[in-house]
Ligand binder design. Structure first.
Ligand SMILES: C[S@@+](CC[C@H](N)C(=O)[O-])C[C@H]1O[C@@H](n2cnc3c(N)ncnc32)[C@H](O)[C@@H]1O
Length: 185
């Protein structure tokens, strides 16, 4: 009887370990596929830099209610901060793990930000007033083409860490460890 009891406990324990391992493997696999597809790994913009970027928007008189997109929004950190400043925040993210983290944070914060699991390169973002990106140098010229063709005149484009090839920034913010480039279409 005792042995049967321990065997059942062991069996349940093994099932739990297997289920968690499968979930972990699924996320790891999907993350690797996303990085191969987008050539952009996840990294976070430091909080201090998000605050500087939002302060700059205020300095440029971008009013609350304006629409801000984070292209490759990770777990939505920029979106949630922008929402606190009154911006309508929308983010695109392909990584399932980061996307789900964003949805959980949205629920917990009772936030109205939109986080969409789609490739931003294929979306219409022409209603943007502000674009934020933190990607990598290798994709920036393709992203620049997309923004030039899709955005309306006057839209502000903020790129943390990487310049957009062929574009001249209006302003460069002294952020660390990398600079933040501000452009206007
Ligand atoms: C360096 S992280 C930046 C995360 C967040 N914006 C931040 O600043 O904290 C870039 C994110 O962009 C996502 N990404 C890259 N290309 C994408 C695409 N074409 N469509 C949607 N998401 C993309 C990646 O999965 C990654 O999570």
């Amino acid at each position: 009887m005792d042995i049967l009891y321990y065997l059942i406990i062991l069996y349940i324990f093994l099932i739990i370990v297997i289920v968690f391992s499968l979930i972990f493997l699924l996320f790891a696999f999907q993350t690797i596929i996303t990085i191969i597809k987008t050539k952009v790994p996840f990294a976070r913009t430091p909080d201090e830099n998000i605050n500087k970027m939002l302060a700059e928007l205020k300095r440029q008189n971008i009013p609350p209610g304006s629409r801000l997109y984070d292209l490759g929004c990770g777990n939505g950190r920029v979106l949630f901060e922008a929402e606190k400043h009154g911006y309508k925040s929308v983010g695109y993210e392909l990584s399932l793990y980061q996307y789900l983290r964003g949805l959980i944070k949205k629920k917990l914060n009772r936030s109205k930000v939109k986080i969409i699991r789609k490739d931003f390169m294929r979306q219409d973002i022409s209603d943007a007033d502000v674009i934020f990106t933190f990607l990598v140098g290798g994709v920036m010229s393709r992203v620049g083409e997309k923004l030039k063709n899709n955005l309306k005149k006057g839209t502000i484009v903020i790129s943390y860490g990487f310049t957009i090839a062929g574009w001249k920034p209006d302003k460069v913010l002294e952020t660390k460890p990398s600079l933040t480039y501000i452009y206007r279409i």
